[in-house]
Design a binder for this molecule. Structure first.
Ligand code: HEM
Length: 363
């Protein structure tokens, strides 16, 4: 959504600055409002609050304030909004970098690339810090999800290692070929090298989420986060050296990272949703019990309708956006490198200025 918004604004550059600003503000504001409500609902299902149960076993609201502002909501809202901005920055940056590599109308693409790289440089480190805080909140309210993310099948009474890579083996309850840094997980999660951390051995088998999916999706998201930070810092270095517009390798890397935000967002959501299994409402309602009294053909029909409509809408949107990205500006800005530009309008040009001044002196 945000990404579409970024590209749309890029396409809107012809409408004039006031309308441009208004459109930016409205879309950004609308996006935030819609993100707020959907993330509040989702967060409630992860970290419940402010509810009771009636005799029929149905959830009943008791305190709407607690429901809306449930414990994981602020973290999820910040993390998701930053994710959307980073995704947009990398799409816009990739388009700018692509055109810089092609060397067409460089001035326009320079501005675009430079703005996107500022966004990456500033937002990527903030996102990593926000992700860290989010993880600490998850440890407090959904500890089993964190065990799966970390790949901790065993409890570690005196400092748990950070497993960088490995192959989760749920059958034998271990990580095969693990590459790990001793005690680092305890340091990150408890800020103490020797802090004990419980593992999945403390959880009944039937309450264990699918570890391999959560373990890998988490690593894809975090890996992309650090790659984004790398591009941001690399661009800062090139900016300092004055080579932001001319470093082809930086531009190639940014083009390659164009879709990375989408991948990170999907990986993040897979971590969040698979990690809460086997529950739909964490700790309260098992997924196997979350069955509505709807016949299978009705479910299949609505699913097919969703697939068809989404395919058409997103297919057309993707096609349109890709065409916008490819298009060169119709009103190319004068390029400063192409030589001096003549001033026009109310500002007098150098030659006219002399005459102007001499006329003044005459009075
Ligand atoms: C590099 C450091 C990062 C860390 C430490 C981090 C941490 C986390 C954690 C712990 C969760 C799961 C929270 C839960 O389910 O309770 C999560 C989810 C998520 N992450 Fe990240 N993340 C990082 C980078 C990124 C990046 C770069 C993006 C996207 C550009 C991203 C997008 C998401 C999304 C969309 C979710 C699902 C929604 C949510 O639960 O907030 N993350 N992240």
């Amino acid at each position: 959504m945000d990404c579409a918004f970024g590209v749309m604004l890029f396409g809107l550059h012809r409408v004039g600055p006031k309308l441009h600003f208004l459109a930016t503000f409205m879309v950004a504001f609308g996006t935030l409002i819609s993100a707020t409500w959907i993330l509040s609902v989702n967060s409630w299902m992860q970290t419940t609050a402010g509810f009771g149960m009636n005799e029929a076993g149905q959830f009943i609201p008791l305190d709407w304030w607690k429901i809306v502002f449930n414990p994981s909501f602020p973290y999820r809202l910040v993390h998701m909004v930053l994710a959307a901005y980073l995704t947009t920055a990398f799409v816009v940056g990739a388009v700018g970098a692509w055109h810089l590599l092609k060397n067409t109308a460089p001035r326009r693409w320079r501005t675009m690339f430079s703005m996107a790289m500022w966004m990456a440089t500033i937002v990527a480190p903030i996102q990593i810090l926000a992700g860290d805080a989010h993880g600490l909140n998850t440890l407090e309210y959904q500890p089993v999800k964190v065990m799966a993310m970390e790949g901790h099948f065993d409890s570690h009474p005196d400092g748990a290692p950070l497993i960088l890579f490995g192959i989760p083996n749920s059958a034998d309850k271990r990580i095969d070929y693990a590459v790990e840094i001793p005690k680092l997980s305890s340091l990150i999660l408890k800020h103490d090298l020797n802090a004990p951390l419980a593992g999945l051995d403390t959880v009944p088998d039937e309450l264990e989420p699918p570890v391999a999916i959560v373990f890998w999706s988490f690593r894809i998201m975090v890996g992309i986060g650090f790659a984004m930070l790398g591009i941001g810092l690399w661009s800062l270095w090139n900016r300092y050296r004055g080579t932001l517009d001319s470093n082809d390798w930086l531009h190639r890397a940014t083009v390659a990272m164009g879709p990375a935000g989408f991948v990170a967002v999907l990986a993040g959501w897979v971590t969040t949703e698979v990690g809460r299994q086997p529950y739909t409402v964490y700790g309260q309602l098992l997924t196997v019990n979350s069955i509505s009294p709807v016949e299978a053909p009705a479910v299949a029909a609505s699913l097919i309708a969703f697939i068809v409509v989404y395919f058409l809408v997103f297919g057309a949107g993707t096609f349109y956006i890709l065409r916008l990205m490819k298009r060169l500006p119709r009103d190319p800005m004068p390029d400063l490198d192409d030589g001096p530009i003549r001033t026009s309008g109310v500002m007098p040009g150098p030659a006219a200025g002399t005459t102007h001044r001499s006329q003044h002196h005459g009075h």
